[in-house]
Write a protein that binds this ligand. Structure first.
Ligand code: SAH
Ligand code: SF4
Length: 369
């Protein structure tokens, strides 16, 4: 068994899955086979640039090594079971896991970039009251294999494996199902692979981790990964935020913002900032007064604010705010000097928008709630 990064290798009796193993783990693996370190780089390129997962096709490995690999290791990404395409070009896939569960992955094409939204958990334990995933409850963490399988399968589906490194997907957001910081270990392994130029070559700043605000875990993010951090604020005071994001009881706003400061200090790059996400719900947290309170609260934090008009879900009673309420909220923040964007609602006709992911084929009536 490999010793330096044991959690990276998922040993089974007969074979080790190598799909979600990053360079250091692969180097250890090849050492155990008596092979040099550069085999890791060769394998990464086969799997993540060329999309080849059959050892027999890896022509720069000798016949003996190919046979050895086939007997001790495997590369079997979980498969996409179904695909839905939205009118705006978004595509949503259901990744079928080996234990019968399924998680959702969404591709959002834009003019100059392609963003893949991936899941890190099957379900979610945090129960935010406006989120469909939260109502499904928590089932389990995904392995780095299952996290990378979403990226690998998306490249396959997009026909993106012909270039090195592949370029259709320029940004990855850990904003699918689950709270990424409750699966930080496997996420970090996956992030190392996503950043590696012999794999997907996506810089850390284009990998965005969104958290509901688990303060101690924010302090444990490996700053050398350079990940972008997005924080789901949604309200400028603890009473209201606890109603929306119950974990706020344990990690109130002041502590959350202090941990954001610490993360920026650890990144030690004045160009980097935190993204503050604020889902706007009609007449609940979308008033100009709350916009002013948010502006005061965030003073001193290097941040950008991303407003997300609420996407209605069946389990919650709320409504999406009017376009004018969204614009008014935005303008208060802009006038206070913040960079503010309003997240375009993408893929809502296939229930692929923020908060609508449930790991099931969606029912259309939810969208009309
Ligand atoms: N679990 C992570 C990522 C969630 S999805 C987190 O909580 O941060 C990304 C954003 O969408 C989060 O800010 C989340 O709070 C928000 N969101 C969840 N459900 C939503 C909904 N129904 N409408 C709009 N935004 C929602
Ligand atoms: Fe979990 Fe995020 Fe949904 Fe909250 S918003 S329930 S943390 S997935």
């Amino acid at each position: 068994m490999v010793t330096s990064q044991p959690t990276e290798l998922l040993a089974t009796e007969s074979s080790q899955s190598l799909l979600g193993v990053s360079r250091a783990g692969l180097e250890d693996f090849f050492h155990t086979l008596g092979e040099p370190s550069f085999r890791a780089s060769q394998l990464l390129k086969w799997v993540h640039h060329a999309g080849v997962i059959d050892f027999a096709e890896m022509s720069n490995f000798g016949l003996r090594l190919r046979e050895r690999l086939s007997s001790v290791a495997e590369l079997l990404p979980s498969a996409f079971g179904s695909e839905q395409r939205a009118a705006d070009g978004c595509r949503k896939w259901l990744l079928e896991l080996s234990d019968g569960g399924a998680v959702e992955t969404v591709f959002i094409p834009e003019e100059r970039r392609g963003t893949l939204c991936i899941s890190t958990q099957l379900g979610c334990a945090l129960g935010c009251t406006f989120c469909a995933t939260g109502y499904e409850g928590f089932k389990r963490n995904l392995s780095s294999d299952e996290i990378i399988a979403q990226v690998w399968r998306a490249h396959e589906a997009l026909g993106a494996f012909s270039r090195s490194p592949p370029r259709h997907i320029t940004n990855i957001v850990f904003m699918g199902m689950g709270e990424p910081l409750l699966n930080l270990e496997q996420l970090s392994v996956a992030a190392r692979l996503l950043r590696d130029d012999d794999a997907y070559g996506i810089p850390g700043r284009k990998l965005t981790l969104s958290t509901a605000g688990l303060v101690p875990m924010i302090d444990r993010i490996d700053a050398s990964l350079k990940l972008s951090l997005a924080v789901s604020l949604h309200a400028p005071n603890d009473n209201l935020r606890t109603r929306l994001v119950p974990i706020n009881k344990h990690f109130p706003i002041a502590e959350l913002l202090a941990s954001c400061q610490r993360y920026l200090e650890r990144l030690a790059d004045p160009r980097r900032s935190i993204t503050i996400e604020y889902t706007l719900i009609d007449s609940l947290n979308d008033t100009p007064e709350l916009a002013r309170a948010t502006a005061r609260l965030l003073r001193g934090l290097r941040c950008k604010i991303n407003l997300i008009p609420y996407n209605p879900i069946a389990s919650a009673p709320w409504r999406r705010p009017s376009a004018s309420a969204v614009a008014a909220f935005r303008d208060v923040l802009r006038d206070a000097g913040y960079t503010v964007t309003v997240r375009a609602t993408r893929g809502s006709d296939i229930a692929a928008a923020c908060g609508q992911l449930r790991g099931k084929v969606p029912q259309r009536r939810e969208l009309r709630a």
